[in-house]
Design a protein around this ligand. Sequence first.
Ligand SMILES: *[C@@H]1O[C@H](CO)[C@@H](O)[C@H](O)[C@H]1NC(C)=O
Ligand SMILES: *[C@@H]1O[C@H](CO)[C@@H](O)[C@H](O)[C@H]1NC(C)=O
Length: 394
Amino acid sequence: MGNLTAFILFLYFFSLHQSLAAAAATTYNVLDLGAKPDGATDSTAALSRAWSAACASNKPTTIYVPRGRFLLRNVHFRGPCRNKAITVRIDGTLVAPANFNAIGKSGNWLLFEGADGVSVRGGTLDAQGPALWECKKSRGKDCPSGATTLGMTKSKNMEIIGLTSLNSQMFHIVINGCENVKLQGVRVSASGNSPNTDGIHVQLSTGVTILSTKISTGDDCVSIGPGTKNLWIENVTCGPGHGISIGSLGKDYEEAGVENVTVRSVNFKNTQNGLRIKTWGRPSKGFVRGVVFQHALMTNVQNPIVIDQNYCPNNNNCPGQVSGVKISDVSYEDIQGTSATEVAVKFDCSKANPCERIRLENVKLSYKNRRAEASCSNAAGSVSGLIEPTSCLY
Ligand SMILES: *[C@@H]1O[C@H](CO)[C@@H](O)[C@H](O)[C@H]1NC(C)=O
Ligand SMILES: *[C@@H]1O[C@H](CO)[C@@H](O)[C@H](O)[C@H]1NC(C)=O
């Protein structure tokens, strides 16, 4: 064998070895770590062990949860990790303890904190919320406030694909203080009269994308809190629930604003609101600017388009005050369908900070096959295309 042939063979085997090494990403099957798919054995320790191993590894790592029901108490997926390529692949269901007190005072059931480069694929999270909802309805303050099903905080480059969240105690998914988070093909399901079971809540986060998601719940479908920037929502179906809401904002005087939000191709069915912006009637340095609502279909929605700057629940700490939150550059393009109330478009803006550059283009909303109404206070802007009900912007 000539030197050249030998060298080529060496190169061939060397590269083969390299690609095998790369392909040999580690997988931890939680069954091998003591988890049981019987819905009764506590599998918390097995999942925590899998996370610690994955987090400490410097190779792409998969944590695998096979079919079956896995009972879990709180799991804290804590970073920082050596690993920036952890996949959590779930074919089964993670189920919370039947006794709501087990996770009900903890803030979050499953929490990623300080993580970077984690992808969660598939799976069902069943928080068994109905017992706590019943408690809240009958005993009120004696019940724990309840846990968010899936929290992400101070994390970046996260992906949640094809996950289903059922019957959360409180919010289903909360993204707080994060950067570059993608949710796709997520399903959220809880009853239309379950308390505070918001679908997805985003705050203090940049670059969150929510695609192809279906949310049925008792509170907001998506709620957008202070400090949200570069948010993209596309192809989302809501109902039952309270719709997509920017706010409540302006509860505090020092508050980060909301900027550059796109909501496109959304479908609302029998929801309380469609596209809402809501601020407290109180002084605040907060703002909302650069929002595009595009291609929305409303079916029997109570308040299809609404800006409410006089939010003052229980008349506490706000009567007689006006909202400091400045709302500007908000577009509504191609919004169609039916309103369940006569006033289909309502812009109730702040007397101190009127809404500016509200844009309406091809908005057509009807009420019981009749003409719906629009109501405006302190709202300035422009219209183009067909607008029904007739615009009241100045
Ligand atoms: C929209 O989302 C649904 C799931 O809610 C999905 O089945 C469908 O493929 C998505 N369509 C597009 C065009 O992304
Ligand atoms: C607005 O947000 C989108 C993502 O939703 C991003 O692609 C775009 O660059 C942002 N625009 C600005 C001016 O930051």
